[in-house]
Each structure stands twice: as structure tokens, then as C-alpha cells.
Design a binder for this molecule. Structure first.
Ligand SMILES: *[C@@H]1O[C@H](CO)[C@@H](O)[C@H](O)[C@H]1NC(C)=O
Length: 266
């Protein structure tokens, strides 16, 4: 009850635009009526507007942000449930049969499940279609994806992403391995790539980041196989904060899937 009370107060402070906990993060102008972009139009508008309103009025500081995260994660899971989207993918964790292509994907901050909602699922769907008869395995990276973790460059996700990449390479030597992430998940990709031996990176077939906080800068070991997709108005890609243009990478699912297929020669 105490926790819920605290959350209610934080939520009230958040939605009424009151000053919140001290911190050094940027703060956005409150925007009451965010037009719903086509990439998000499949979601029920009431829930989605609630989510967008909260995103547009986030408080400052990782601790306050992560308190709001306790509301944002289940809210996004509700959006997923309402539209029949799977936010968890565990093909490697459950030792599924080797596939022609294996994607290890790190979701963005406060996304639900281990594969998230806005980017992972549409990307996997588009890839499945483009692969036609060939098979796809997908594994989400198991990590907390908190705002605090963003400030640690996504290193919270490195052990899990490393484990699954190594498993895919070792158990399925013929599979084309795709290393991918969205938002903080892009930082997980970058921190993992930096820590992996060159010999391991050479066995990764393609590296794809969406809404990448480091923009289109080179990812270690990914020369010639990196695709970074950043929307022109996505401030996250230039070190800024979340706007609605950060939430619409579902519209790039086909572009990313095409890149995977091309790199895989599949
Ligand atoms: C995160 O990465 C940036 C860019 O590589 C670096 O300047 C910064 O020191 C890193 N932060 C932490 C906490 O490791």
C-alpha cells in the first residue's frame, strides 16, 4: 500500500507537471494531445494516449523515472495484451531447434517482457515474412531495462546478450546470427560488441540498432554489417530525451528485415 501510495503521488506530480525529484535529466514540455502516428494506430487509443501522456511528462532523475517505470511497463503489457503481441521470446532459452536465422534482441527502457512492444515484435514479424519458407529463432535479452541502467550504457544486458550469442554460435554453427536492439537495447548491443572477442563478432551476420542513443556511429566489430535506423526527429539519437518519434520504429520493420535477409544471403 505504501508503495502504491508513493506511486500515486509520483504519478500525480508527473501528470500535473509539478517539479519532481531532483536529477539532471532533461524534461519535456507537457503535451496533452499527441496525434497518434500510423505506426501506433493498432493500439486501443485510450490506453495509448495514457501512455503517450506519461511519456511526454516524465520527471527528472533516474530514480523518479524508474518509479514511473513501475506504471509504464504494465501499461505497455496491457497494450500488448489488447493487440495479441508477444513481448517475450525464448527460443534459445528453451533450446528450440536451430533455425536459418537467429535474432538476439535487447528491448528499450521500460518495455515489457524480454523483447519489448514497439520495435522487436514488428521486426520479428516482418523478418518471418521475408524469410518465406526459411526458419527464424528469436531470443530476447534478459535484463531490467531501467532508466538507471540507461546511464550505465546498457551494461546490465551484456551478460545475457553475450550468453545467447555464444549459445547460438556454438549450438547452431550454420545459423545467421543477428544482434539487435532498440533504444537502451542499442546500448546493450554496443556494450556487448565492445566486450566480445573479435573472433566472436566475426561470426555475427548483421548488427541492427533502432533509435540508437549513440546515433549512427560505428559499432565495434560490425564494419560492413551494421544498420542503424534513427528517425530525423528522434532526439534520443542525438543524446536527447524520448519523444513520440522514438516510439515509431515499427514502421522500419521491413527495412530492417530486408537488411537481415540481404546480409544472410538467405
Ligand atoms: C558510456 O559510454 C560513453 C561513450 O562511449 C562514455 O563516454 C561514458 O563514460 C560511458 N558511461 C559509463 C557510466 O560507463
Amino acid at each position: 500500500m505504501v508503495l502504491l501510495g508513493t506511486l500515486a503521488v509520483l504519478f500525480a506530480a508527473c501528470v500535473s507537471g509539478l517539479p519532481s525529484a531532483a536529477g539532471d535529466g532533461p524534461i519535456l514540455d507537457p503535451r496533452q494531445n499527441i496525434p497518434i502516428p500510423p505506426a501506433l494506430s493498432q493500439f486501443p487509443s485510450g490506453l495509448l494516449n495514457q501512455f503517450l501522456r506519461m511519456i511526454s511528462m516524465l520527471p527528472q532523475g533516474a530514480a523518479a523515472l524508474d518509479a514511473i517505470g513501475l506504471i509504464l511497463v504494465p501499461l505497455q503489457q496491457q497494450l500488448a495484451d489488447a493487440t495479441g503481441i508477444d513481448t517475450t521470446e525464448n527460443d534459445l532459452a528453451r533450446n528450440a531447434a536451430c533455425a536459418d536465422v537467429t535474432v538476439v534482441f535487447a528491448r528499450g527502457t521500460v518495455e515489457p517482457g524480454n523483447a519489448g512492444l514497439f520495435v522487436g515484435p514488428p521486426f520479428f514479424d516482418a523478418l518471418k515474412k521475408k524469410l518465406a519458407g526459411r526458419t527464424l529463432a528469436v531470443q530476447g535479452v534478459d535484463y531490467p531495462a531501467t532508466f538507471a541502467g540507461f546511464n550505465r550504457n546498457g551494461t546490465d544486458g551484456v551478460p545475457s546478450m553475450t550468453k545467447y550469442l555464444n549459445q547460438a554460435i556454438t549450438a547452431c554453427p550454420k545459423t545467421k546470427v543477428v544482434m539487435s536492439g532498440y533504444s537502451q537495447g542499442s546500448l546493450v548491443v554496443r556494450s556487448t560488441a565492445k566486450s566480445l572477442p573479435a573472433g566472436t563478432m566475426s561470426k555475427i551476420n548483421s548488427v541492427i540498432t533502432f533509435g540508437d542513443p549513440r546515433g549512427k556511429s560505428a559499432i565495434p566489430g560490425a564494419v560492413g554489417k551494421q544498420l542503424t535506423i534513427c528517425h530525423p526527429n528522434d532526439a534520443v539519437c542525438s543524446g536527447g530525451f524520448i519523444t513520440v518519434d522514438h516510439l515509431t520504429y515499427g514502421e522500419d520493420a521491413n527495412t530492417a528485415a530486408q537488411f537481415v535477409v540481404q546480409q544472410a544471403g538467405a
